[in-house]
Design a protein around this ligand. Structure first.
Ligand code: FNR
Length: 193
């Protein structure tokens, strides 16, 4: 493998919304566009297919869609999560995916995985509380989210245009800095920088 290919960071991006016009998926698309040199972001697209977590089903054998999610997390160098905020927490569909991926705890691909968190909401809180809730879940899974910058896109309807492009210059700059920070963090965690 060429050095360049080996050095490229592969990031798995997950947006926690199933909505067609989702601001969080739009935020993830913007991240793909702004990814720095040496980083590629694959957008996860099977969230809707993941069944509600059932410990009996887990014990009987995890469904193919969960095994695929876990394989994609394992193969990624880092995660990038765009979370909406539902009732001050993360949406059930996102938590559900994390719950599946966290099992069994002794070989979850979430453990030791570098991650970055961001979010967009139509309210003025901009997903602050949901991001905190996600950090709390990542304590148990031993996932390592970057701390700064926090990408909090409040009042999203004014930050995206009609085609769901992120047009707010400050938000774009914070997102660009988050991706740089994720690259540095990921390389540092694997002992390369
Ligand atoms: C919301 N919304 C919301 N917004 C917020 O800032 N804090 C909150 O606690 C909530 N709670 C909440 C609960 C539920 C059930 C829904 C459906 C919505 C509004 C939310 O920010 C808005 O719908 C976003 O547009 C959702 O993200 P996507 O789908 O655009 O990515």
């Amino acid at each position: 493998m060429a050095d360049e290919a080996r050095d490229t960071l592969r990031v798995l991006g997950i947006a926690g919304s199933l909505r067609k016009g989702s601001y969080n998926r739009a935020l993830l698309r913007t991240a793909v566009e702004l990814a720095p040199d040496g980083m590629t972001i694959e957008v996860y697209d099977r969230l809707r297919e993941i069944p509600p977590y059932d410990q009996d089903q887990d014990a009987a054998g995890q469904p193919e869609v969960v095994l695929d999610l876990k394989r994609r997390i394992r193969e990624a160098d880092a995660l990038l999560i765009a979370t909406p905020e539902y009732n001050y927490g993360i949406p059930g569909v996102l938590k559900n995916a994390i719950d599946w991926a966290s099992r069994p705890p002794k070989d979850t691909p979430l453990a030791e995985k570098p991650a970055a968190i961001m979010g967009a909401s139509v309210g003025i809180g901009g997903t602050i509380r949901a991001q905190l809730a996600l950090r709390q879940a990542f304590l148990f899974t031993n996932t390592h989210p970057v701390q700064k910058p926090e990408v909090i896109v409040a009042e999203a309807a004014q930050k995206f245009d009609a085609e769901l492009r992120l047009v707010d210059p400050a938000a774009r700059e914070f997102l660009r800095q988050l991706l740089e920070s994720l690259a540095t963090w990921t390389r540092r965690l694997r002992g390369g920088a």
